[in-house]
Design a protein around this ligand. Structure first.
Ligand code: GLN
Length: 286
């Protein structure tokens, strides 16, 4: 029997054999993450102790996960977690998997507001809570409200706030509908922005993510437009709105911000060099 075809008997496969088997089926990086998850061990163990045996239960759990990954399920849904801005967030299929690109929103918020006291921050469509929780932890004393129209998402976000020790208030709301009169110094959102019918919704990991967190009308701009239109009524004078958007939507979103009366309108590039976040400052009613 070759190392690539370990038997199913307990103790018959070691770390190297399990990874060898998995890497012919899925990406090596995914194979490693899933094995670490099953063994609950640090990455270094896989390298340092390749001859460690898997017991029968771990080996069958691992094979089941590799098979689900082969069928397309995202690794983050299989392990139930994904790192964002250096912290582990719980994720379920009720929420979008946090993307590294979205860290740009956090960086912009920190660049504009670090050191500011008594800030009120709103995260719209919080999903896993990655943005709201991170901002609550990174901006001292900020009063952070996070909303989502999905109750299932809010449960996940609340669990993340609790386990990461972030103080965030959660509101069940379809965009601004259920909010009070309160105004904010900063509003951030990573809303749905994929065009309905975009073939990429039928491909890869995205197929398993909640459609309501992804698709937004024929050009993907419906939710972005609604947020930009309503944000001025919710911003303090000199408050900022930062929005994540699709790779080809920067010009359109800057246009929406201009129509909405925003100043200092700009777009910022993600790690791939694509304009991914646009925003502007609301000068307030004159
Ligand atoms: N960035 C995600 C994607 O390309 C979309 C996220 C969103 O719609 N907010 O799949």
């Amino acid at each position: 029997m070759s190392a690539n075809e370990p038997t199913q008997a307990p103790g018959s496969v070691d770390i190297a054999g399990a990874l060898g088997w998995a890497r012919t089926r899925i990406e090596l990086m995914d194979a490693r993450v899933l094995l670490r998850f099953v063994l609950q061990c640090p990455a270094a163990r896989l390298v340092a102790w390749p001859e460690q045996r898997l017991d029968g239960e771990d080996w069958s759990a691992y094979r089941a996960l590799v098979e689900r990954r082969m069928a397309g399920e995202p690794v983050a849904y299989l392990t139930g977690e994904r790192e964002f801005f250096g912290r582990e967030f719980m994720v379920t299929p009720a929420v979008l998997i946090p993307r590294p690109d979205t860290e740009l929103l956090v960086e912009l918020a920190l660049a504009h507001f670090a050191g500011r006291k008594d800030m009120r921050v709103l995260d719209m469509g919080t999903g896993s809570g990655a943005l709201a929780v991170t901002l609550a932890l990174e901006l001292d004393d900020a009063d952070v409200i996070a909303l989502d129209r999905s109750r299932e998402a809010l449960w996940v976000a609340m669990a993340n706030a609790a386990r990461l020790g972030a103080s965030v208030s959660f509101v069940h709301s379809d965009w601004f509908a259920a909010l009070g009169e309160e105004r904010f110094h900063l509003i951030v959102a990573n809303p749905p922005y994929v065009a309905a019918g975009d073939p990429h919704l039928e491909q890869g990991d995205v197929r398993f993510e909640p459609p309501g967190a992804l698709a937004a009308g024929p050009a993907g701009l419906d939710d972005l437009a609604e947020i930009v239109m309503q944000a001025p009524a919710r911003l303090e004078p000199d408050g900022w709105l930062f929005l994540e958007h699709g790779y080809d939507q920067a010009v359109a979103v800057r246009g929406l911000l201009a129509d909405g009366g925003f100043a200092a309108i700009a777009s910022w590039k993600d790690i791939a060099g694509i304009e991914r976040v646009s925003g502007g400052r609301w000068l307030g009613r004159v």
